[in-house]
Design a protein around this ligand. Structure first.
Ligand SMILES: [Zn+2]
Length: 366
């Protein structure tokens, strides 16, 4: 797929998009959900492409919304819910726009574009946005820590034996980071915070190492999460809000009582902070490896009406309510590639070339 990929992106997708072939792939009753993770603030310079790979520029975001409005039918979260409950039909080629994590730039950069384009977006936020000083996503903080640190051996006691790594090249740091994300996800948020502080000490970073991110206005918009006041502004602007766990762990790594708390309490706490019911959940990370049948069952039992993965493409009415696929929009997607994903063509092709992707689930009834 690695060799085929540039050919698809540069030749095949643009041809198929231009002829209208991609658009015709979507049946009358099909729909698609797209996921954003924020819009890069003006003036921001990325320290490392992998760190910002899920955020798009303001221009791309506007172009993609205009494209969806002109060729597809953008629907609201409420239309989606009513359809899901078998109470209505949708326009053909329906697309729901969602955004995960609740970074501050969702309010400062995304909302003005959504308002200009008259599109609503379902925002999934974590428990951090129920406070006035929410800080950063812990796994982004860890990434920045590893990027900033000199080459140094890291040894963290994670209970079942110490985890040892030597940093070095940026690629090594990326794989150390992902191993640590999975390992640290196995702890509750207090213990995870303690282990991160331990890692900071071992990496010989001063206590105020993250000051540039916490104090510079552009960096704040990129890295800080929405405060409760900002979240309420987003909701007051007519944007529906869903839950994205309390602390954004890889849920499948957690003991059951902690996973349950992450899923169920994020719903009740968010609902009481906003003063309205919360019916939707997006699994943090949301890839098949991070979500098992256990999490699907917990999401169903804790009172949500549906829950979203972060993989997949278009689907029809038979979709399992607690494993709804979404197209993960990335920074490097051209409009043609975006359409190849939205229309389901990319997913069908991937299935042909690589076999079906495991999606937990099907066992969970709606
Ligand atoms: Zn997320």
């Amino acid at each position: 797929m690695r060799l085929v990929s540039p050919l698809l992106k540069r030749v095949l997708y643009p041809c198929l998009a231009q002829t209208g072939f991609l658009r015709r792939q979507m049946g009358e009753d099909d729909l698609c959900v797209v996921t954003y993770h924020g819009v890069l603030p003006r003036g921001y310079r990325s320290p490392h492409a992998a760190l910002d790979g899920a955020l798009v520029t303001a221009d791309s975001f506007r172009r993609q919304l205009r494209f969806l409005k002109s060729r597809y039918n953008v629907i609201s979260a409420q239309q989606f819910l009513t359809w899901r409950q078998n109470e209505s039909t949708l326009p053909p080629r329906a697309v729901l726009v969602t955004s995960d994590d609740g970074l501050r730039n969702t309010l400062t950069e995304m909302l003005p574009i959504l308002q200009e384009e008259e599109v609503t977006c379902l925002f999934f936020v974590t428990g951090a946005s129920l406070w006035e000083k929410p800080g950063m996503l812990w796994y982004e903080e860890l990434y920045l820590m590893l990027l900033t640190a000199p080459d140094w051996a890291l040894s963290l006691d994670l209970g079942a034996g110490a985890m040892q790594s030597r940093l070095g090249h940026v690629k090594t740091r990326h794989s150390v980071w992902w191993s640590l994300v999975k390992a640290l996800s196995g702890f509750d948020s207090d213990k995870r915070r303690e282990l991160l502080e331990n890692a900071r000490g071992q990496l010989r970073l001063p206590e105020n190492w993250n000051q540039p991110y916490m104090e510079d206005p552009v960096q704040q918009r990129r890295f800080l999460l929405l405060s409760l006041t900002e979240l309420r502004q987003l909701a007051a602007a007519g944007m529906p809000i869903g839950a994205h766990s309390l602390s954004h762990p890889v849920l499948s790594q957690l003991p059951s009582p902690v996973a349950w708390k992450e899923i169920a309490e994020s719903r009740s706490a968010l609902a009481s902070a906003l003063g309205e019911p919360v019916w939707s959940f997006a699994y943090p990370f949301g890839d098949p490896a991070g979500v098992s049948e256990r999490e699907l069952e917990m999401a169903a039992r804790s009172g949500y009406k549906c829950a979203f993965l972060n993989r997949g493409g278009r689907f029809g009415r038979g979709v399992p309510a607690f494993a709804i696929p979404r197209v993960h929009v990335t920074a490097d997607m051209s409009l043609a590639e975006f359409e190849a994903h939205v229309s389901g063509f990319q997913q069908a092709l991937r299935r042909r070339l690589m076999g079906p992707e495991f999606i937990p689930a099907a066992a969970v009834h709606s």
